[in-house]
Design a protein around this ligand. Structure first.
Ligand SMILES: Cc1ncc(COP(=O)(O)O)c(C=O)c1O
Length: 413
């Protein structure tokens, strides 16, 4: 078959492929499918009342409405930036507004940071597995990916140090309940990673959209907070290497498209210019709405989400524990939306998905999509964020039975 791509595409985009996840999201709309595929928030939990009131408040006030629908500054709506600095301050990150850029979701933050830092061929270190959207957007700038494996506490240090010796531009990770594996980087591991980053002078790109969705154990300080302690201490070297990315998508709603970058002001200055060149600024009305709801209902919204998602996580873990063949390993996340499965080598996640959709009407994401290099095909990501507990239980029971049958057949063969 001839290549359907448009002639003359740049090298950066010619390898972009339709994401397996986006393709799979189409399955969610078929009611007979129990889908653990889409790692998206449950729309039933969106703060719709607060959103409605916030829009009305803007529309009923002519001065506010005029501002809301006008062009505005690239750095972001000042009251929302102030709210973000206050929020970060509560979690040990002291930052002035000059260190914050509001972006169209965390995804645009990743794009701008990559655009600002990567020359073709530069090393980019990725936790392995990693967030697919990060692999995709970084890939458009033609880096050399260096993957570092994870254990229960995060990326392994020997492999990370070997990667840092290659002088990469930055190290990307999601420290809390990462997408896709659900693993949280422990405090000790964070401290060791930070020390390595400063020894080798490598930036840490800390992507933290899930940190509020914690269902047990105490919050662990972010890399950004730990770095501030380190910089204030006797060994502080004055270099601010952590680039922290936050988002309101998982707590309020993704449709507002509000994310932010908190970093060294020198980097923020460059990123503001990129923002200007790219889309001028985020939607002002959306930033105003986000500011209103974040100010009035962030805490209550977080509490509501934690309660609902914790129940779903517990149901999924209980069913996995009870039904899954012993040869299949799974992670036990403290929060977030994801559980990661690792099958024996004989089972390929993509083949299993095809069978699961056809034979048992269950969907998930094959894990191979989440590797920047050397995909492990015997893996899968399950999301528990959508769905009634009874359906989650039912879906896992069906999946476990399919796996039992396949493993039995493989043994017999
Ligand atoms: C790890 C991670 N980073 C970034 C994003 C993008 O989020 P946003 O909606 O803020 O662009 C996602 C979305 O799923 C994610 O899982």
């Amino acid at each position: 078959m001839s290549d359907p791509s448009f002639p003359g595409l740049s090298q950066g985009v010619s390898e972009l492929r339709a994401s397996e996840i986006r393709e799979l999201l189409k399955l969610i709309s078929r009611p007979e499918i129990i889908s653990f595929a889409g790692g998206i928030p449950d729309p039933a939990l969106f703060p719709l009342d607060a959103i409605g009131k916030a829009y009305q408040a803007v529309l009923q006030n002519p001065a506010m409405a005029g501002e809301a629908f006008q062009y505005s500054i690239s750095e972001g709506y000042p009251p929302l930036r102030d709210w973000i600095t206050g929020y970060l301050g509560k979690h040990g990150i002291e930052a002035g507004p000059e260190q914050i850029l509001i972006t169209s979701g965390a995804q645009q933050a990743l794009d701008f940071i990559a655009r600002a830092l990567i020359n073709p061929g530069d090393g980019v270190v990725m936790s392995s597995p990693s967030y697919l959207g990060a692999i995709q957007v970084f890939g458009t700038y033609r880096p050399t990916f260096i993957s570092v494996p994870m254990d229960d506490e995060g990326v392994t240090l020997d492999a990370l140090e070997a990667a840092f010796r290659q002088k990469p531009k930055f190290f990307y990770l999601t420290p809390d309940f990462c997408n896709p594996a659900g693993i949280t980087t422990s405090l000790a591991r964070r401290q060791a990673i930070l020390a390595l980053a400063h020894r080798y002078n490598v930036a840490i790109l800390e992507d933290s959209p899930y940190e509020e969705l914690r269902y047990e154990n105490a919050r662990i300080p972010s890399f950004a907070a730990l770095e501030q302690q380190y910089l204030a201490g006797p060994d502080g070297d004055g270099r601010r290497l952590v680039i922290y990315v936050g988002s309101l998508s998982k707590v309020l709603t993704p449709a507002l498209r509000i994310g932010w970058i908190c970093a060294d002001p020198a980097l923020i200055n460059t990123l503001v210019l990129l923002k200007q060149a790219s889309d001028l600024h985020c939607s002002t009305i959306n930033q105003m709405i986000a500011f209103d709801i974040a100010g009035s209902s962030h805490a209550s919204q977080v509490e509501k989400l934690r309660k609902a998602y914790k129940e779903r996580r517990d149901v999924m873990l209980e069913a996995l524990e009870r039904c899954l063949p012993k040869e299949v390993r799974f992670t036990r996340p403290d929060g977030g939306m994801f559980i990661w499965l690792e099958f024996p080598d004989s089972i390929d996640g993509t083949e299993l998905l095809a069978e699961a959709v056809k034979d048992i009407q269950v969907a998930f994401v094959p894990g191979s999509a989440f590797y920047a290099t050397e995909p492990k095909r015997n893996t899968a990501r399950l999301s528990f964020s959508l769905g009634e507990p009874a359906r989650i239980r039912e879906g896992i029971e069906r999946l476990a039975a399919l796996l039992q049958n396949k493993l039995r057949a493989n043994r017999a063969a």
